[in-house]
Every structure is written in structure tokens, then in C-alpha cells.
Design a protein around this ligand. Structure first.
Ligand SMILES: NC(=O)c1ccc[n+]([C@@H]2O[C@H](COP(=O)([O-])OP(=O)(O)OC[C@H]3O[C@@H](n4cnc5c(N)ncnc54)[C@H](OP(=O)(O)O)[C@@H]3O)[C@@H](O)[C@H]2O)c1
Length: 338
């Protein structure tokens, strides 16, 4: 499989590190994953026979000046158009208008390339359009890491519960707010907990999307669209963030309860309700065990009943592992189909 990577930040670099370490295991499985181009915001490293990943990581850290295969000014779009590849892995930042990821993914589909992404932006802005393009071009479009990083959600739904009906989904999908609430439950104010989250690397200095519930709502949109085949947008979600959550936490403490920023997708007849909001939960609710940066999802199925999955989230390496799983899924499926 010839892979074209776009984005060499936290997740992109972790992906290359993982692959350098796991190369032998993948070879044993008969998988030969070759990176033929790797783009960042300023150019593209190219080798049609396969780039040496450890070398690329070194150049990215020290600067590309001495690298004779880094084409400065060669954009990701140029790379998709001009270089022969099977899978485009899109790992640029999530933005409100979906760009630059949206254009990258569309270009990949137009060239009949499979796409794997961890980037929420394009899926929130143009879910149905992208799904349709993938279908029309007969290529895979996998995005496990867009919702709750490595918590297995889409792979679970597409393999174990294909014939069941989902009536309701609840989730803790934002690590930053879960960290802040966990600290506030210990008695810290919102501001103190936020400062701790920034210091510990859980929150960025640009934290508004997290604390205002927008990041969690983006994940609700992607999940609801996937489950129900809809084209919901961000403004279809009722959103309340955690800036004013302190009184609820005080109240919950008095009652021996916890507080979580809960994401909810509820099917009521033909109606689908999407919501992100801080909620009081009892100690025997499984979500009460999901603390700090951890994330979880609970599905309420018509026949299988309740399925709860939680995962410890520590670093972008886990996000990268989810991205790698998607890549390997495509490689294995292509091999089966010949
Ligand atoms: N961090 C996580 O664990 C995590 C979890 C779930 C989902 N995600 C999603 O995964 C994606 C990547 O996250 P990250 O933390 O790796 O982001 P990041 O550290 O900000 O890295 C973004 C990368 O994209 C590159 N880039 C930006 N614009 C570009 C363009 N026009 N063409 C080519 N490359 C471009 C940047 O290039 P330069 O290096 O030149 O600046 C950088 O290498 C995001 O959408 C994020 O929301 C991340």
C-alpha cells in the first residue's frame, strides 16, 4: 500500500514512530506499508520507493534544509495529484470551515484514493458530501480517531452491531473538560482547574472550543451522522459548556454524585436529539469511573441492550494507533478483495 501522509504534527509524528517500531510485525502479517509522500504546511518529502520514516522524523525536528527529497512549496494537493498513492492520511488541524483538510480529502477522492483521517473539521462541515464522494469513487473513508481518539466506536459499530438498532448514545468525548471537572470536584475553581489543565498539556491556550462544548459537539455531529445517515451540522446540537459548572458540582457533592460533560444522541420516534451539557450522575453510573483525560461511550441498542466502552487517554500515540488501525483495515480489505 502506497501511503500519502498530510500533517506531521503530534499525531502524524506519533504515527511514523509507531510504524517505525511496528514495521516488522506488519511485514509478518504480509503488509507492506510504504510512505511515498509526507506533507507539512511548507512542502512535501517524496520518495516513490518509500521514505525512511526515522530519517523524515529527524529532518522534521532539525529542519529540512539538508534534505534532498523535501520539495519546498510542493503542497499536499500537488502531492495527491502528481504522486501515485493508494491511501491519503489527513492529519491537519481541525478548523471551523474544514480547511485545508476538506480540500485534501475531496482531491484524494477525485483521484480514487482511500482516505483515513483524525480531522473532525471536514466531517462536520460536509459529512454527506464526503461520504457520497467516497461511495461514488468506490474508496474507503475511515475516521475512527475523529470521535474520542482511540475509543473503539466506528469499528465496533461496523463489525459487531450491524443488524441492531441504536436508540441512544451517551459519551464523554472531550478529555480537556473531563480533566477540568475532575479537578473542580477536588475543590479547585474553574480558573484554577483550567490553569492546571493548560500546565499539564490537556488544554491549549486556545481552550474556548473545549470548555464551551464545541469540540464535544463536533464529535456528536460526526457520530450521529454516521449512525443515522443524516447531515446534521454543529447548529443542530444544543450545547452548554462548563464555564458555569461550579454550582452543579457543589450540588452534586452534597448528594454524593458526580458531574460529567455528557454528549447525548437520543432517537425519539423520527426525531433525533443532539445535546452536549454538564449532567449530574450517580456513583453507580459507569461514566463516574471515567476521570481526567479518559473518554468513554455508552450505546443503548434495541436488542443488544447497553454496551459501555471506556479508554485511558494519555497521548497522541493512542490517536495514532487508531489511525494505524484504519490504515491496516483498508490494506487487509483490499488484500481480501484482490
Ligand atoms: N492530538 C490528538 O491526540 C488528537 C486526537 C484526536 C484527533 N486529533 C485531530 O488530528 C489532527 C492532527 O492533530 P495534531 O495534534 O497532530 O495537530 P498539529 O500538531 O497541530 O499538527 C498539524 C500538522 O498539519 C500540518 N499542516 C497544517 N496545514 C497544512 C497544509 N495546508 N498542508 C499540509 N500540512 C499542513 C502542520 O504543518 P507544520 O508542521 O508545517 O506546521 C502540522 O504538521 C487534528 O485535526 C486534530 O483535531 C488529534
Amino acid at each position: 500500500m502506497r501511503i500519502q501522509l498530510i500533517g506531521l504534527g503530534n499525531v502524524g509524528r506519533s504515527l511514523l514512530e509507531l510504524l517505525s517500531e511496528e514495521e516488522q510485525k506488519l511485514k509478518v502479517k504480509g503488509l507492506d506499508l510504504k510512505f511515498v509522500s509526507i506533507s507539512d504546511s511548507k512542502g512535501t518529502a517524496v520518495n516513490e520507493n518509500g521514505l525512511k520514516l526515522s530519517e523524515v522524523l529527524k529532518y522534521k525536528e532539525l529542519g529540512w534544509h539538508d534534505c534532498n527529497y523535501y520539495l519546498k512549496g510542493c503542497s499536499a494537493i500537488d502531492a495527491i495529484k502528481d504522486i501515485s498513492g493508494d491511501i491519503v492520511v489527513e492529519l491537519t488541524p481541525s478548523t471551523i470551515n474544514g480547511e485545508p483538510g476538506l480540500s485534501h480529502i475531496k482531491e484524494a477522492f477525485m483521484h480514487k484514493k482511500h482516505v483515513v483521517t483524525a480531522n473532525k473539521g471536514p466531517l462536520v462541515v460536509a459529512f454527506k458530501q464526503l461520504k457520497n464522494m467516497a461511495l461514488e469513487n468506490n474508496v474507503y473513508f475511515l475516521y475512527e480517531a475523529t470521535v474520542a481518539a482511540h475509543v473503539p466506536i466506528f469499528c465496533l459499530l461496523s463489525s459487531c452491531f450491524i443488524t441492531d438498532e441504536i436508540l441512544r448514545v451517551e459519551g464523554i468525548f472531550n478529555a480537556t473538560t473531563n480533566f477540568i471537572i475532575s479537578e473542580m470536584e477536588k475543590g479547585f475553581s474553574f480558573q484554577e482547574a483550567l490553569d492546571k489543565a493548560i500546565k499539564a498539556g490537556w488544554a491549549e491556550t486556545n481552550y474556548a472550543d473545549d470548555v464551551d462544548g464545541i469540540d464535544a459537539a463536533r464529535k456528536v455531529v460526526i457520530l450521529a451522522n454516521t449512525i443515522y445517515g443524516q447531515d446534521f451540522k454543529l447548529n443542530d446540537v444544543k450545547i452548554e459548556g462548563i464555564r458555569n459548572v461550579e454550582p452543579l458540582i457543589v450540588d452534586a457533592k452534597k448528594q454524593g454524585k458526580r458531574v460529567k460533560l455528557l454528549c447525548e444522541i437520543v432517537k425519539e420516534g423520527d426525531n433525533i436529539i443532539l445535546q452536549v451539557c454538564p449532567k449530574m450522575i450517580s456513583q453507580d453510573n459507569p461514566f463516574s469511573t471515567v476521570n481526567y483525560g479518559d473518554m468513554a461511550v455508552k450505546f443503548y441498542f434495541k436488542n443488544s441492550q447497553e454496551i459501555f466502552v471506556s479508554a485511558k487517554f494519555v497521548s497522541p500515540r493512542q490517536t495514532a494507533q487508531a489511525v494505524l488501525n484504519d490504515i491496516v483495515t483498508i490494506a487487509l480489505n483490499k488484500r481480501c478483495k484482490g
